[in-house]
Design a protein around this ligand. Structure first.
Ligand SMILES: Cc1cc2nc3c(=O)[nH]c(=O)nc-3n(C[C@H](O)[C@H](O)[C@H](O)COP(=O)(O)OP(=O)(O)OC[C@H]3O[C@@H](n4cnc5c(N)ncnc54)[C@H](O)[C@@H]3O)c2cc1C
Length: 648
């Protein structure tokens, strides 16, 4: 894209951007809307005050590159590459000792601290996290525009799970007063977008011309033939491709008439959905791009790397004629297996996603860090970060602190103490702990604990976390969505594969925008991968892509995409974009096993089961050791890890 296109897109516009306005928090009266979007942390008074203790420190309002933000991960990569200790120097003993040190301040780490305190109220806990905010993936993006607070999740979207919440996870929700179904009933503003539909944007690079189509291919199953053909005619696809899309969406043919339902299901777990479309249904290969990214949101890879039975469970088309019996199959993935269960209504999306759960847990652990005590009042509560790491507090949460080592003092078999070393503000420091919960990512553990058994270290390295990006864009108003009659658009083939308006709801004092004239947040999802490789290799390639992409490149693509999809509704990216937060997660979802590529391990022998064995005074939590990327699994594993330590 040239300079002229950059000007049309508004690349010269003064939204706050990390790479343009180093460290300056500004109000953007410039846009005619009063807004405030700081892009870097707060000034250093040069008196040794830790960043999180400085006046006004409040990371949820930071914009620019967030998620795994610059400064949070580089030393981890140095550790991986064997460079860290070459220049690290000697660590300073702080003299601090704790009953429990938790490494990783995501939902799993904070839950571990909560469970421990519940069983041992008189003890002292330190939680360490490398990011400048707690919550791990459960992060909050907060914008202030025209006197209004706009919220959206920067990662973990909702309380939801393919399996019912366990007694432990549900118990934690109950303790916090969270009743998902009731909150959903009470808070969702279902009227706000009631006339807006889903759409598909066909981009010219993939489909030959740019065109927004209102409705989706899956609507065709519910239309009569004439209406379906009329709808198909709106898609910029060649006649023979349209015919095959119609065939795929409406087909009732049984391709394996000689097989039983169980045999068909087994066969479908051994081929990808793409192979099913091309080799079994024999659709025109030009149909594939329309469906390729439909699995991205759940798996971070396309239909070339997801088995056909999993896609049946997700409701993708082409299976009606097979008459498959309801229910799971052992070779299905963890998430699709859950889709075969009857309806589960234990679902609720807080306006900032599960960041509200993290904030509620922190409020319990450090009671004066935020006002209030209900799931409703946490949504607008202003958390005081300077209270999180006070000497007198029984629970301390230390941010921007990367742990680089955790080893037993003496023989791990008999040792009563672990030395934990971390880097913070360029200083290497150590604390002592009677017990340690590793609630960080599995692949970090072997670098921090070289003393672990080799087999366990290998198992900890097995999973490759799913890279993904949730982008939040604050825009001046949502007239363009209203004019086009859409709320969500699938954009296969574009930089982000999906975009849409944040869910409308009113909870506590928080009010979602109601009128199309009001500012709002647009959510966009990007899942970089490399079709054709195994799932784990696709994730490695996607992670490389994310870590080498500058904010400027993200911004240019975001402006271009929103402009092309919405401009026929009056959207002008140069005028209407107020702020951009790119939540970049190179290490996103926990890796869930994919039997197209992974072996079927005997019971007890899968990598996650080997990985989660306790070692001396160190126990392992986090959702990676469940091989299931969900909040309930993060909580379940925290509980197990705490029990292992308490009872050993
Ligand atoms: C974009 C996205 C959307 C998601 N949406 C949902 C959803 O809607 N519903 C759902 O149930 N789940 C969702 N998930 C899954 C989510 O991962 C889990 O729900 C849960 O939040 C995981 O918690 P955790 O504590 O196990 O891991 P994390 O949240 O990843 O926390 C681990 C923390 O440990 C830190 N850490 C790692 N190494 C070190 C070190 N050496 N020193 C200090 N700290 C370290 C990490 O940086 C991180 O902050 C989503 C995940 C992503 C990425």
């Amino acid at each position: 894209m040239g300079l002229r296109r950059d000007r049309e897109l508004g690349m010269h516009r003064r939204i706050t951007r990390r790479d343009l306005l180093n460290g300056i928090a500004i109000g953007t009266g410039f846009f005619g809307l009063q807004g405030s979007f700081p892009c870097l942390a707060w000034p250093d008074p040069n008196d040794g005050t830790a960043q999180q203790d400085r006046p006004g420190y409040y990371p949820p309002t930071l914009t620019g590159l967030r998620g795994s933000h610059p400064g949070s991960f580089e030393q981890a990569h140095n550790l991986r590459d064997g460079n860290f200790w070459k220049s690290a120097g000697k660590s300073i003993e702080t003299g601090e000792t704790y009953d429990l040190v938790v490494i990783g301040g995501g939902i799993s780490g904070i839950s571990a601290a909560y469970f421990w305190r519940k069983q041992k109220p008189e003890t002292r806990i330190l939680i360490l996290d490398n990011h400048d905010d707690f919550g791990g993936h459960a992060k909050r993006n907060e914008f202030h525009v025209g006197g209004r607070m706009l919220l959206v999740n920067g990662g973990t979207w909702a309380i939801e799970s393919p399996v019912p919440y366990s007694e432990v996870a549900r118990g934690l929700m109950d303790d916090l007063g969270i009743q998902p179904a009731e909150l959903a009933k009470k808070c969702y503003a279902r009227e706000t977008y009631k006339d807006l539909k889903q759409g598909v944007f066909f981009n010219k690079e993939t489909f030959g011309s740019d065109k927004l189509v209102i409705g989706t291919a899956s609507d065709m199953g519910n239309l009569g033939l004439a209406d379906a053909e009329r709808f198909l005619a709106t898609m910029p696809l060649p006649e023979e491709v349209r015919r095959d899309v119609l065939r795929l969406e409406t087909i009732k043919e049984d391709f394996f008439p000689a097989l039983s339902s169980a045999e068909k299901k087994d066969r479908l777990t051994r081929i990808s959905y793409k192979k099913y479309l091309l080799d079994v249904m024999k659709v025109d290969p030009r149909v594939v791009p329309l469906y390729q990214t439909q699995t991205h949101g759940l798996f971070g890879v396309g239909i070339d790397a997801v088995n056909a039975l999993d896609c049946w469970a997700l409701g993708l088309p082409g299976f009606k004629g097979l008459k498959l019996q309801a229910g799971p199959h052992p070779r299905m993935g963890y998430t699709p297996k859950g889709f075969t269960r009857p309806d589960n209504n234990y679902i609720y999306h807080f306006p900032d996603g599960n960041a509200s759960i993290a904030r509620m847990l922190v409020r319990r652990l450090v009671p004066d860090s935020a006002p209030g005590n209900t799931p409703e009042d946490i949504v607008t509560a202003n958390l005081d970060y300077s209270r999180l790491d006070r000497k007198a507090s029984p629970v301390r949460i230390r941010l921007s602190t990367i742990v680089v080592s955790a080893h037993h003092v003496g023989d791990p078999a008999t040792s009563k103490e672990v030395s934990v070393t971390y880097l913070r503000d360029n200083k290497l420091q150590s604390v002592r702990a009677k017990s340690v919960v590793m609630a960080c990512w599995n692949m970090m553990v072997p670098y921090l604990c070289p003393e672990f058994p080799e087999r366990q270290k290998e198992a900890l390295h097995y999973g490759v976390k799913v890279p993904l990006v949730y982008t939040s864009v604050a825009i001046r108003n949502w007239q363009s969505f209203h004019n086009l009659g859409i709320r969500q658009v699938s954009t296969p083939g574009m930089y982000h594969h999906e975009l849409g308006l944040e869910l409308a709801q009113n909870v506590g004092e928080f009010r979602s925008p109601e009128s199309p004239d009001e500012p709002i947040v647009v959510r966009m999802e990007r899942t970089p991968c490399l079709p054709g490789l195994s799932e784990r290799d696709q994730h490695r390639a996607g992670r490389g892509d994310l870590l080498s992409t500058t904010f400027e490149t993200f911004e240019r693509n975001i402006r271009d995409q929103l402009g092309r999809v919405l401009s026929s509704g009056g959207f002008d990216p140069a005028r209407d974009i107020l702020a951009i937060t790119v939540n970049r997660w190179p290490h996103g979802y926990a890796y869930e096993y994919n039997y197209l590529f992974d072996p079927e391990w005997p019971a007890g022998q899968s990598p996650c089961e080997i990985a989660r064995k306790p070692f001396g005074r160190i126990a392992i939590a986090n959702s990676d050791v469940a091989a299931a990327a969900y909040t309930d699994t993060a909580i379940n594993e925290a509980y197990r890890a705490v029990q292992e330590l308490v009872h050993s």
